[in-house]
Every structure is written in C-alpha cells, then in structure tokens.
Design a protein around this ligand. Sequence first.
Ligand code: SAH
Length: 402
Amino acid sequence: MTTLVQSQSPSFGNGGSALADQPLVDGTLPSLVGATRVELAIAVRAAGVPEKSVRMRVAQLWLWIYQRGVSSFDQMTNVSKDLRTALAEKYTLQRPEIVSEQISNDGTRKWLVRLPARSQREHRPQVECVYIPEKRRGTLCISSQVGCTLACTFCHTGTQKLVRNLEASEIVAQVMIARDRLGEWSGSTSGTDGRERQITNIVLMGMGEPLYNFDNVKSAVDVIADNEGISISKRRITLSTAGVVPMIERCGEEIGAMLAISLHGVRDEVRDLLVPLNKKYPIATLLDACRAYPGLSNARRITFEYVMLKGVNDSLEDARELVRLLKGIPSKINLIPFNPWPGSAYECSDWAQIERFGEVVNRAGYASPIRTPRGRDIMAACGQLKSASERIRASAVSKTAG
Ligand code: SAH
C-alpha cells in the first residue's frame, strides 16, 4: 500500500444547485468541473457571450472539459483569448482536493476527496471513491452523499450521520479525479486514444443512498453518460439502492441506469434488522417495484446484492427462499462476503457456506455470483468507506496532540 498526500486548491463547486458566478464562501472562484450543459450556458453568458453563440461555446467547453480533461482555460485553443480571460475571471477548472490516494496490494485505488464548504459554518466534507481494476474492465465506485441516513447495521457508512447530499458536480468530479489520476484523458500521453479504457463501468455504490439525492444523481449520470464527453454508457452505470420504493419507477424512467438492490435478507424480520428501511418498504413491496421496473428485460437485469453474514442470513433455506422470491424477475445475484470494520457486530459467513449458498443460487440458473472482496487492506471494500477517513483524521489528531 502506498499513500500519497497532495495539496491542491480547494476551489470547486458552487455551493448551490445552479452554478454561481460569485466566489465561494471561502473566497475562491467556482469551478466548472462537473457542470451540466445548462450550467455551462450560465457561465458563458456571465462571461459576456452573446445569446446566438452560447450553444457553440458550450459545445466547445464541453469537449475541453469532458473529453480532454483540461485544467486551464488557456488550453482551450479554439476559444478566443478574450473569452478565455473572461471565463478565468469568474471560474476555474479545478478539481476538489485529493487528501489521500491509497493503492491496495490488488491494484484497487481509493481516493479521499475533500469538498469545499457550502456555508461559513460547514466543515469541508470528505467523500471516498474507489477504482477496482479487473481483467477486462475497470469499475469506479462513487459516492452520492456524505454519510447516510439509512443506518444499515452491517455497513460502516451507516454508522455515520448524513452530512449532506452531494451536488451533481461533486458526483461527476469523482470521475474527473479518477481519470486525472489514471491518466485517462484523450490527448494525454497515457490517455484513451487507441487504447483500452481503464474506467469502463461506474457504480453508485459508495457512500450514501442515491435515490435520496435523486435530482443530483440524475444530472450527474447525464453528464457522465453524455457521448460527447466522458461517454460511459448508462448500461455501464449501476445505481444501487437499499430500496427506496417510491423512487424506483422514476429511477428507471428518468435516470435509465442499471439498477442494483441491496436485498441482504429474504424474511422481513431479518431484513428489518439489517436494512431498517425495510420497515417502511418491506420485501414484497420492494420486489413488486422491481417487477414493474421500466425497461426490465433479460438483457437489462436487476442485480440483487446479498451480503453474507454468518448465522444471520446464510442458511441454505435462505438461499432457496432467495431463488423463490426472485422468480420471474430478470435478475443477477451478487453474493458479497461481509467486509468487517472496527466494532462491527457481524462475522462473514464461512467460505464453504458461501459456496454452498452459491451452489443453490447457481443451480437455479444464476452464474458465478460470489464477489471477490477487493481493496480490503485499504478499507476500500463494500461497506468500509468513510471509516478510513475517520481513522486518518483520528490519527492525524493524535499526532498533533502527542
Ligand atoms: N445505499 C445504497 C448504496 C450503497 S452501496 C445501497 O444500500 O445499495 C454499498 C453496497 O455495499 C450495498 O449493497 C451495501 O449493502 C453493501 N455493504 C455495506 N456494508 C457492507 C459490508 N460491511 N460488507 C459487504 N457489503 C456491504
């Protein structure tokens, strides 16, 4: 494991839902990184571009920001010098600050990212995102909220109170940072030109509940999927929810990403304990919403995630019930070995039991469902996020105190 600490300017975001043309609360200029086309239009108008040229200018900025990943307006060689100067007077192209980068023995990378404060009283919040390279693909796991309201008892993020929703730009910025660090911009020496992409898939499986931050997640997915920019298709973007039933239909209709459901239990008594949201939206209601999911087909299946907890949800009877419950829903099943964290009350099921459970699921026609834990040595595995940033902070505090 290696740790790298960088210091970049904190200037990023806008502290509101639309792009501001005012400095942020800390006096720095807002960044256009992560902006939607609508927000870029606001920016070019603020820089004095006449209405008839707004579309064209937005299209130019879009390519520079999202295809080339430039970090200075001066690099935008087809944009007039006057406009570049006018933009630079009001905005930057800075990314949020990377507090640390950790690289696991298995190649998994985790970034701890510090966002700007949105009010004088707010401490600058931190989120984590994780890159998981595999043989033929690379998955970036991003966060949608700082902290979480759901309090799932096996998840460390769930022990953190919700700090706030991320802005759309802050969700997109996690992809920008990962591409920066992986050198994956077109035109850069190690960019995408003629090479295989490193980030092929995005999962909204980091901190937070994406369906409780619907509008920002929707805008962010649109930016990430835009085929003139980052261009990761919605079929390769997966949104994971603990089961916010009233938002599931809109998720299919308006966001159109692939859906994953954190199921984890096949009986309400058990799921109530694991995912307290189940008391509001019990299993039957959740699965009805899944059956009705817009666009569901054998080519567009729902992924059901199931964390393997010893003696809690891992009996073969549970496996058979799982198969029975999902009958008729085009599904994939992902068995996730529980990733422990300091103070967690659960144990991971024995490997032999996970395999037996997996066999039942396999015999019902679901292929190789066990997810190999990745990045456990850097606390980057499912459900471990945020805990590490606390630990880093705690140790930093003890160092200064001692
Ligand atoms: N709130 C969303 C997004 C979080 S995704 C959701 O619940 O789906 C994170 C995934 O990791 C979820 O499936 C979650 O249940 C799972 N997870 C959480 N803690 C875990 C742990 N300690 N070990 C393994 N998986 C965990």
